[in-house]
Design a binder for this molecule. Sequence first.
Ligand code: SF4
Length: 883
Amino acid sequence: MERSSILNKTTCPYCGVGCGIEIATDEQGKTTVRGDTDHPANFGKLCSKGSTLAHTLVEEGRLLHPKINGLRASWDQATQFIGRQFQQILDQHGPGSVAFYVSGQLLTEDYYVANKLMKGFLGSANIDTNSRLCMSSAVAAHKRAFGEDAVPGCYEDLELADLMILTGSNTAWCHPILFQRIKAAKEQRPKMKVVVIDPRKTASCEIADLHLPIKPGMDVKLFNGLLHYLAEHHKLDTTYIADHSDGIHDTLTYARQDAADLDQVATACDLPVQDIATFYHWFAQHERTVTCFSQGINQSSQGTDKGNAIINCHIATGRIGKPGATPFSLTGQPNAMGGREVGGLSNQLAAHMEFNASDLKRVKHFWKAPNMATHAGLKAVDLFDAIERGGVKAIWIMGTNPVVSLPDADQVKRALQKAQLVVVSDCIEHTDTSAFAQVLLPAAGWGEKDGTVTNSERRISRQRGVLTSAGEARQDWRILTDVARAMGYSSQFPYQTAGDVFREHAALTGLANNGKRQLDISELETLSDAEYDSLQPIQWPVMDDMGSDRLYGNGRFSTQNKRAQLVPVRSKPTAHLLTQQWPLALNTGRVRDQWHTMTRTALAPPLTAHKAEPYVELHPDTARIYGVQPHSFVKVSSQWGTVTLKADITDSIRPGDVFVPMHWNDQWSRNSRIGAVVNPAVDAISGQPESKHTPCLIEPWQPQWTGFLFSRKNRAVPESHYAAKVRGEFFYRYELAGTQPVHNWHDVLEQLNLSEDNLSLLYEDPHSKSYRCAWTDEAGIQACVFIGPADSSTIRDADRGWLSSLFAKAELSPLERKALLSGKSPAGVEDCGRTVCACFGVGEKTIRKAIKENNLTNAAEVGQLLKAGTNCGSCVAEIKGFL
Ligand code: SF4
């Protein structure tokens, strides 16, 4: 392959699958993306998020210049200011008073420099990452079992497995391309069995032979029961156990004490005995078993034990590091693993070294570090507690949004209000977190950043800076390097390029390694700049210029005695129990087409249509008990906070559980930031929060009015009690509801901060409190507002799809003008409904109509007719639901 064509290849910035992408800009400056057919993660395929990346490459919302106290500053002023402030706080209060909070969105080179600066030069290990919220329990489980944070398998194993277990993982939505690979493998080998273990019937159940809707928190019980069953049925690999592991006696004793009786396991997990028996039987029968686990396991006060309960079953059957046989932690973020490689977590050093005397001495020497941290730092939740209490005074937040994503998120606000210094580097100017920043630093965004990421199968891929950075945005590693130099450490931070940083990181992985740590890419420390630029995706460890697809296949692990450790675990209740006051279990997670706190995905119109507003999923029985109607407003409260959302009543969730997506925040909604409701309990070992279980209460919320605003111009989210902003291709839509009755037309305009000037169309009925109006000019429609009483059918049934389409027109026809304030399209114009297929923009009503009129019986027929579901395939489960 030509080097120039390689240089247009990069990696998707969203999930941990780490798909390869080709990016091209034509002569008119239009950028397009497509899947990289050579990349071994995706072989050319992309999901809805990856394939719409070009939509996010806009200047809208970008932070373009450094700012200090809201005023534009030069880079030099900003870096000098940060260096001075950090030094003053260090001098006055010591190393424990400063902290960095970083992100799995950073590249490995960024992470490396941040970690080095904090742990080697500021003298503290208070650098933690949002990966703490995502997979630190898996990290802790790996270290306990294998002696190192290493995923033994590779993606090919998912295709080779005869039994695929997806536990605590809605792979179809959260790792879509991996799901498509599993699905394709199952289609080729229908004998392959898939078991989904999840309290919710998610889209991943589309291919499940067995779905176990387990009671939240009961995973240790289920896997302890499995281990006991395997022992009782003589299905353990006793030779492997004897030759390669420790701890079988205690582990089996614990499993027996916890889960010997199948009926008791079934009752505790709230599952049919027969289904558990089937699962156990299948596991016993299939040598080639892969257990994929993700946030549903990790985000728990017992997340580490859950990971070990799974891994125990694999060690005890010798199913580790063999083709089609491995436990497999699916990483949430694109570079959560790269961050762990360089010590992005506060309890790791760098290059998988630990806070022990010999590792500290080695790294100190390697870095020529004057102020080496001596012990582990604060983990995320503890870190923000320490800020609020005043122990930590300066925090630099990079590429993450903790005011939205951390549990008890209002506590994070209080902490940031109290901090002496808050620095935020981000590519987006206005986030819920940047609102608290004294210093704002513009970071380069995707397509501009240059470095490497490591995906869930340990594969290092290049993210290449193909595009020119917006404004004065800079690479994160460079911003950090400049601050380090401003603090007097120029010689230890000599980097000119990302390649310089990578080579140093690679060299450190080989330091006194001699096979002790699997993470060894020291062969890459001599890459030239050109070789680094054209580096092909490669899995660590790198030996003899070759990557390694599987680890531990020879039964030798990273522990001191080279034996795997079975870890005795017992099931425990969740940290907070349901009570009369808080009787429902709140679960949080992702939706298919949004990423994290929406700073980028909300900019892509094809991604905003699938789930346009924040919602809560409820079982019909739960809805009946609490008097909640479909699509009505619901307040979800816990002892930590309250949000207001729309009800989505579905039998895909267990009665008594509720599910709320994690994404919405104050930039795109009002009173919908679910992090404020989530409890801050953490796993005692990993420090990962229990985001999957918060006792809560729901109650219907009755607004005084509802409505919506369409605007060609981007506006701040109105201050109404409920608001959800949706970006379309030519407009912004704001769904609204309020608590104060609207008495007259002027109230409406005032509440929405709109001017009466140039109003073109107006309908006003004070008696029914209905107000509708539109602004049009020679460039077409500019805005329209519909406001009505809470039960207004005009508001509820207004054809938003048709109203959206008017913004694509240069002028309205007389018919359209006439119909506008009715909210109904003139005859002959079809309402397509909510978008289901984001890749081809096919709506629910279109699909339902096509099924009915053409007697379609399967998703393939729908695909043939409408193309829906034929690209990334993420919507096929939903189409099957309509069928
Ligand atoms: S599966 Fe993940 S990495 Fe691949 S395109 Fe989708 S979001 Fe990006």
